[in-house]
Design a protein around this ligand. Structure first.
Ligand SMILES: [Fe+2]
Ligand SMILES: [Fe+2]
Length: 204
């Protein structure tokens, strides 16, 4: 009798778990976010190489730092997606490499879109669907993109004024959340996730 009761109870629990509504919007958003972040990462690496080719070492390092940050965002989103029992399909990142001035403008446009439109919507959906891990991953990415946006604007202004050699040369990237610092402006603990600065990935 006891065994029968136990079996009924376990079956009921399993049935309930299987019938939890899936956070469908957040799952789609995580997939879109992984594509966006992965594409940004390989695109910025290509932009860094172009900047080196054009003799802009400072701007190359900014692109390398941002590329590293975006790869961390992609990995974080992927982990959340897998925790939800979902898998990412294969995809091919698509982007164009132009001159460094044009690449900076493309980066500014991309980061602006992510901050004002894409992550704003993803965060709203994740909060509505109560997926806390997605809210955290989207917040870390969005807050980082806001910083990238400012760095890119400064870099483009410097480039247009022939003053790119006055830009910072070294950057630090938090390995947990992707937060990106100019080396001379680092926090002892990451402002987004509290990781200690001795763990930062240095780009120089
Ligand atoms: Fe970014
Ligand atoms: Fe962090």
């Amino acid at each position: 009798m006891k065994n029968t009761l136990l079996i009924v109870l376990v079956s009921m629990l399993a049935f309930t778990a299987c019938n939890q509504p899936k956070p469908v919007k957040t799952i789609e958003n995580l997939k879109e976010g992984i594509i966006g972040e992965t594409t940004a990462s390989v695109k910025y690496e290509a932009f860094a190489e172009k900047a080196l080719e054009e003799g802009y070492d400072t701007i190359a390092n900014l692109f390398y730092a941002a590329s590293k940050a975006e790869s961390i965002h992609a990995a974080n989103h992927r982990k959340v997606l897998e925790d939800l029992g979902e898998k990412m399909d294969d995809f091919k990142p698509e982007f164009e490499v132009k001159t460094t001035a044009e690449n900076l403008q493309a980066a500014i446009d991309g980061e602006s879109y992510e901050v004002s439109t894409m992550y704003a919507k993803f965060l709203e959906d994740a909060k509505t669907e109560k997926v806390d891990k997605a809210t955290k991953s989207f917040t870390w990415a969005s807050d980082t993109e806001k910083k990238h946006l400012e760095f890119y604007k400064e870099a483009l202004a410097a480039l247009n004024a022939n003053a790119e050699n006055t830009l910072p040369y070294e950057y630090a990237v938090c390995p947990v959340c992707g937060n990106t610092y100019e080396k001379d402006n680092m926090d002892a603990k990451c402002a987004f996730c509290q990781t200690s600065s001795d763990k930062y990935i240095m780009i120089k």
